[in-house]
Design a protein around this ligand. Structure first.
Ligand code: ZN
Length: 249
């Protein structure tokens, strides 16, 4: 079974379409949350994801955009985008967001999906220090997570603790890096952000998990950033949301 694992789409339709085209045929799609917020096409993105994803997990932006929690902890730009998204979403899509489950959500016997940490949906796993406890306490050997918008992860193989940071050649074309995740090893894996990468690589990020060979492949692919920026400007969302897409920050 090959699962396309995506996270933090953030209403970026152009990036999502490029990811789905690049991923090709897969058996399942797992969506780790923050489907909306920031980007200019929240309805179009949900209309694609809703019938497509076998697993969905809610993100913190999803909760604020559908009114489940307030935008109090958000910076002004994120709060403005959430208010715009709430006003733009159709009643049907608002309800779909409200009904989305809290992570972690089981995906297979060996893997589950979370937005932040498998131990708390809003925790950020940035460093090995953050990853150490969840790696040991999570219920399955693999947890896919998002929230940080940084592709990579953290692994435990016997006594070895390793950070996974895919090393790419350049930032212009499509590239991929594969790691082995054999049974008996434990992994926290972030596919990266589809719609707003923050690891200084502007390309859309995703991962494919193949449980037949127990491998995870990380991908970065170019997409039409100019079109995503034009949509943000046409929607009169904050300019910073357009500018950051070009630099991946
Ligand atoms: Zn996010």
């Amino acid at each position: 079974m090959r699962a396309l694992v995506i996270s933090d789409i953030h209403g970026n339709l152009q990036a999502l379409e490029a990811v789905l085209a690049a991923a090709g045929t897969v058996d399942q799609v797992w969506n780790l949350g923050d489907t909306v917020g920031y980007g200019a096409n929240p309805n179009e993105v949900i209309d694609i994801i809703r019938p497509l994803a076998a697993v969905n997990v809610r993100g913190n932006h999803d909760r604020v955009c559908c009114g489940l929690t307030s935008s109090q902890g958000f910076n002004p730009v994120a709060a403005e985008a959430a208010t715009w998204t709430h006003a733009t979403l159709t009643p049907e899509n608002l309800q779909w967001l409200r009904d989305m489950p809290k992570g972690p959500v089981p995906a297979t016997e060996r893997a589950m999906c979370a937005h932040g940490s498998p131990l708390h949906e809003d925790h950020y796993i940035v460093s090995m220090r953050d990853a150490w406890t969840p790696l040991q306490r999570m219920q399955t050997e693999i947890t896919f997570f998002g929230h940080t918008h940084v592709q990579g992860g953290f692994s435990q193989r016997d006594a070895e603790w390793e950070e996974e940071r895919p090393q790419y050649e350049e930032q212009e074309t499509a590239e991929e890096v594969t790691i082995d995740v054999p049974e008996g090893t434990r992994h926290l894996i972030n596919p990266g952000s589809v719609g707003q990468p923050r690891d200084s690589d502007w390309r859309a990020a995703f991962a494919i998990y193949d449980d037949g060979v127990e491998q995870i492949t990380f991908y970065r692919i170019p997409y039409d950033v100019a079109a995503a920026q034009a949509a943000i400007r046409a929607a009169k969302l904050p300019e910073r949301l357009a500018g950051r897409l070009a630099v991946g920050r």
